[in-house]
Design a protein around this ligand. Structure first.
Ligand SMILES: [Zn+2]
Length: 90
């Protein structure tokens, strides 16, 4: 199922531009890291956004059996593009 693939599902997703850790404003063209979860009911949802310096690269713990992923993406006019999965667990 294509929607289970976070690379496709999150491509073009709208996102905030403030790092959840240091409150830096991310500019268009900069890399961000995003933590996202997948639940059958709602699909892939962005949970956290970090600037390049703050971004986590590994998942910690679990979220009730949800599929989870950390992805790196280019922030482009409040959307995510050029997504790469950094870590993923189900
Ligand atoms: Zn930051």
């Amino acid at each position: 199922m294509s929607q289970l693939n976070p690379t496709k599902a999150l491509n073009g997703a709208r996102t905030g531009h403030i790092c959840d850790r240091c409150n830096k404003c991310v500019q268009t063209g900069e890399l961000v890291r995003v933590y996202a979860t997948y639940y059958d009911r709602e699909g892939w949802m962005l949970r956290r956004v970090w600037c390049e310096e703050c971004g986590e690269s590994t998942l910690e713990g679990g979220t009730d059996g949800a599929d989870e992923a950390i992805v790196e993406a280019v922030f482009w006019d409040h959307r995510l593009v050029s997504i790469n999965v950094i870590d993923r667990c189900r």
